[in-house]
Design a protein around this ligand. Structure first.
Ligand code: MN3
Length: 194
């Protein structure tokens, strides 16, 4: 199923004077669209790889899927995250912000400093950790560092050398093959259901 550029949830000039109309037009209609097209292309190429059983370019297409996918999904959130009438955090969220960052003001100070400090292109994000349920402020360079946001891990395989070097030395492929023999599909299925 192809990804589509979602329409802006408000007019291009709705965020003036803070974010200008010309920027919104370019940003949404050109930049975001390019991520949608790039993600669709990468996913089509990965489908082709599976159909042909030819994974020679898998690293390239996974990188493309990460770059354009993270770009696409983050922009979907970004547009919704802005409004000319945004109000203030709900009681529940305000409590979580206070408990993690001390106060709303210190959250804002941290968020602004982190966003300003990202080297070159990137993002600053307020996230909730899925394991601890705690709020965190994180930053990303470019969009992705080879992964996509808004995903939930279901099955993960550690491919750091420490995970296999004693037995498999430099033969990572043999280790990955071995890993597939011990996958706990009951656990993966439980996570998928959740
Ligand atoms: Mn952008």
């Amino acid at each position: 199923m192809a990804h589509e550029l979602p329409p802006l949830p408000y007019a291009y000039n709705s965020l003036e004077p803070h974010i200008d109309e010309a920027t919104m037009k370019l940003h949404h209609d050109k930049h975001h669209l390019a991520y949608v097209n790039g993600l669709n292309n990468a996913e089509a190429k990965l489908t082709e790889c599976r159909q042909k059983g030819d994974f020679a370019l898998v690293k390239h297409w996974e990188r493309e899927a990460a770059f354009h996918g993270a770009g696409h999904f983050l922009h979907c959130i970004f547009w919704e995250n802005m409004s000319n009438d945004g109000g203030s955090p709900s009681l529940e969220l305000a409590k979580a912000i206070d408990s993690k960052f001390g106060s709303y003001d210190s959250f804002l100070a941290h968020f602004k400093a982190a966003g300003t400090a990202v080297e070159a292109s990137g993002w600053v994000l307020l996230v909730q950790n899925m394991v601890t349920k705690q709020l965190e402020i994180l930053t990303a360079e470019k969009h992705q560092d080879l992964s996509q946001w808004v995903t939930t891990p279901l099955l993960v395989c550690d491919v750091w050398e420490h995970a296999y070097y004693l037995k498999y030395q430099n033969n990572r492929a043999a280790y990955v093959e071995a890993f597939t023999k011990v996958i706990n599909w009951k656990d993966v299925s439980k996570r998928y259901k959740a």
